[in-house]
Design a protein around this ligand. Structure first.
Ligand SMILES: C[S@@+](CC[C@H](N)C(=O)[O-])C[C@H]1O[C@@H](n2cnc3c(N)ncnc32)[C@H](O)[C@@H]1O
Length: 400
């Protein structure tokens, strides 16, 4: 029996569970003992596959709650977090789409979420191991997902080449790494970005997950882009065409924190914020707000200004209420830029350590922290370094 199929037998599953959580320090001894057992002595290939699953499950545990899954190493690296995949699926469902082709489905985070939302899913990938992982997880969860091994860019690879069922759409999450290296340029993704854009002209209900660093100029004028962060980590930009767009906005920033979700958008335009001096409060926008280019919307909402037109710190005189869209700091005092004077002031204030936040200034925070040589005995200061029209600015701030 193929080793991957052998993993799905009751004995194979029990072996994976025994090896999870995977402990690298004990791995050699544990595997040697398993290989001596009569049940596994003649199947070192299955033992190796079980060890690999245990390792991947252990790595996946924090980011992928909600039950064990079957993984490939590449698939886990690239998989959409469940909360974000559920939002993708909800978009298709809300648009009345009933059939979705997930083109380049990997281990299937998105395909599983689409199926869980009640949509009919055709999941296509050119990697047979990824399809195996998706089929195995779908079966465990009682979800129906049709899979097809094909190159989606080739002829006849999936059902839209023939006649698509009514109310159908496509989802594409292009691979952005090859041979272990990240590929930043959209033309180097697989399938390439130009292929995704052309697909959206044929299938109006198309959505794509792309790197959040994508240049705004690469986004087609007829699409809506949503930058998404999860607990402060920027995880993706979703690009949505046709009925998958929501509202009038072209760019939105969605912030997922805990179980809450909040969205900011450019539906009413993006004002150019005024530039002014340091003030009593400093607001650091969430990375989704920054990447979506919506700092101006947030600044207007807070009645704030910037200290430099290109720097994403918002300053306000009155205590701002940015909600989930930003972190708020009270500005305690301006600090000297020169290291000696900076160190002397922080020591005089009794600080024992420092956290350095910076924008637009060529400083390596950890290097500056080491250079300041604070003795670790007092509280930790938060230092903000930023460029301004009038030169560099250092502020002592406190999360508030
Ligand atoms: C980023 S992963 C998809 C991850 C998936 N959305 C998830 O959350 O689990 C991209 C997948 O596209 C597949 N892929 C890349 N180019 C392809 C092509 N031309 N045809 C079929 N599959 C392709 C890769 O094998 C990989 O599994």
């Amino acid at each position: 029996m193929d080793p991957l199929d052998a993993l799905l037998t009751p004995e194979g599953r029990a072996l994976v569970e025994r090896l999870t959580p995977w402990d690298e320090g004990r791995a050699l001894a544990v595997l040697a003992a398993v290989r001596r057992e009569p049940a596994w002595a003649s199947r070192p290939d299955v033992v190796a596959a079980a060890a690999s699953q245990a390792r991947l499950r252990t790595r996946a545990a924090a980011r992928f709650p909600g039950g064990a899954r079957w993984w490939t190493a590449d698939g886990l690296e690239q998989a959409t977090r469940p909360a974000v995949a559920a939002r993708h699926a909800a978009r298709f469902a809300a648009a009345g789409i009933q059939h979705v082709a997930d083109l380049g489905c990997g281990d299937g985070s998105d395909a599983l979420a689409l199926a869980a939302a009640g949509l009919a899913v055709l999941a296509v990938d050119r990697d047979p191991d990824a399809l195996w992982a998706l089929r195995a997880t779908a079966a465990d969860r009682g979800l129906a997902v049709d899979t097809r091994l094909a190159d989606v860019t080739g002829p006849g690879g999936w059902w839209h080449e023939g006649s698509p069922p009514a109310a159908s759409g496509c989802f594409v999450d292009p691979a952005r790494r090859a041979g272990g290296a990240r590929r930043a340029a959209p033309h180097a993704w697989s399938p390439p970005w130009s292929w995704v854009v052309a697909l959206a002209q044929r299938v109006p209900a198309t959505g794509a997950k792309v790197a959040p660093g994508i240049a705004h100029e690469a986004l087609p004028a007829d699409a809506q882009a949503e930058w998404v962060s999860v607990d402060g980590d920027l995880v993706e930009a979703g690009v949505w065409w046709g009925p998958l767009r929501t509202g009038r906005a072209r760019r939105t920033a969605t912030v997922l924190r805990g179980t809450g979700t909040a969205t900011l958008d450019d539906a009413d335009g993006v004002p150019t914020p005024p530039v002014g001096p340091a003030a009593a409060w400093l607001v650091e926008p969430d990375p989704a707000v920054i990447r979506a280019g919506l700092v101006g919307v947030l600044a207007e909402r807070l009645g704030g200004h910037l200290v430099d037109p290109r720097i994403a710190y918002v300053l306000t005189d009155a205590r701002p209420e940015p909600g989930p869209f930003a972190s708020r700091y009270a500005v305690l005092e301006p600090l000297p830029i020169a290291r000696k004077a900076l160190r002397a002031r922080l020591r005089a204030l009794g600080y024992g350590d420092v956290v350095v936040k910076k924008r637009g200034i060529a400083v390596v925070p950890e290097e500056l922290r080491a250079a300041l040589r604070l003795d670790g005995t007092g509280p930790t200061a938060t230092l903000v370094l930023t460029r301004t029209d009038a030169g560099p600015l250092a502020l002592l701030v406190a999360p508030a």
